[in-house]
Design a protein around this ligand. Sequence first.
Ligand SMILES: Cc1ncc(COP(=O)(O)O)c(C=O)c1O
Length: 396
Amino acid sequence: MRAMKTAARMDSIGTETAFEVSARARALEATGKSIVYLQIGEPDFDTPENVREAAKAGLDAGLTHYPPYAGLPDLRAAIAADTTARRGFTVEPSKVFVTVGGKGVMVYAIMALIDPGDEAIVPDPGYPIYESITRFVGGTPVPIPIRMENDFRLDVDELAALITPRTKLIVINSPANPTGGVLTRGDIERIAELAIRHDLVVLSDEIYARILYDGAEHVSIASLEGMAERTIVLDGFSKTYAMTGWRMGYAVVPDWLVKPFGQLIINTISGVTAFAQAGAIEALRGPQTDVDAMVVEFKARRDLIVDGLNAIPGFRCNKPQGAFYVFPDISGTGMTGAELAEGLLVDAGVCVLAGTSFGGVGVDHIRISYANSRENLQEALERIRAYVGARTPARA
Ligand SMILES: Cc1ncc(COP(=O)(O)O)c(C=O)c1O
């Protein structure tokens, strides 16, 4: 039966619970149960029309062949110009790689950098794939706790204490999934100092950089002195332009990673769907009014969900400054996040994720994605209130 056994490395790969929970919720729905879906990080808006039209035109114009493996030259130029303008450091198109989703960037970055035994510091709670792929390649993920008490910003002193001679990579993600936390310029400057002092590489996941509220500032660590040469910037089209199904992301890498990134792309995907890239060019170069309108709407939804959750006994929810997630502490309900998520799905028909889907620190939390209509959010709040109310004994 040797042939029927997977390679040992498959024992160390993790998962992204959102996809599994979604399948379970859809199966429940098929049995006739009504479900409000708040588990997945996906804007409910359609991709803007100009972007869809550009991809259709690309298809008709013959973009049906293999594209250059690193991306269409025009798209790489558009990404380089956009990054230079928005992030404030000069990027040449040769440092840009178009990938299948932003997820592709994290997989390539970790594969290119982590040897067995190397350590990568990853946020906890954080996007689960950083940890999963680090283990998959034989590395050791070292969690840096991210706490609500610190507005879901990492504590830079704590980060410094986690650095060892085996540390190779620090992963940061601001604005963050699953908390919506945003690092300040001061935080980023101190992280950069540590990276330079200890000769570390930074994977900066900036996929929510455009989804910011209350005047919060996005600072790309790559824009700080001495950092572009040791930073991989991850961004993509999924969130900003409501293009999750297009599977388009990109990396901006330092010179010394240009060849490795190219080799990894050639070895895995050969390049990204050519006509989809035509849509992405239009996304960056066309009007940005749809993006702005989406952010205005996300902000209204954030306020609705934060106020609604804070009115439920046992919930404590901060007001995040970015992304489209909240990560309330629900310990006051007497349940763990996993117990509450299970009960909400099965009994109340509200699909959320347990905080532990993002690391051990989130045990008392659930994650809610509020990228859903206000009407559905209102309905979810009512269902959660009723479910929790029925379980929490009324206080005298
Ligand atoms: C923090 C973070 N990074 C990257 C991604 C990957 O997105 P995509 O592969 O759709 O570009 C996600 C998606 O949820 C995310 O939350």
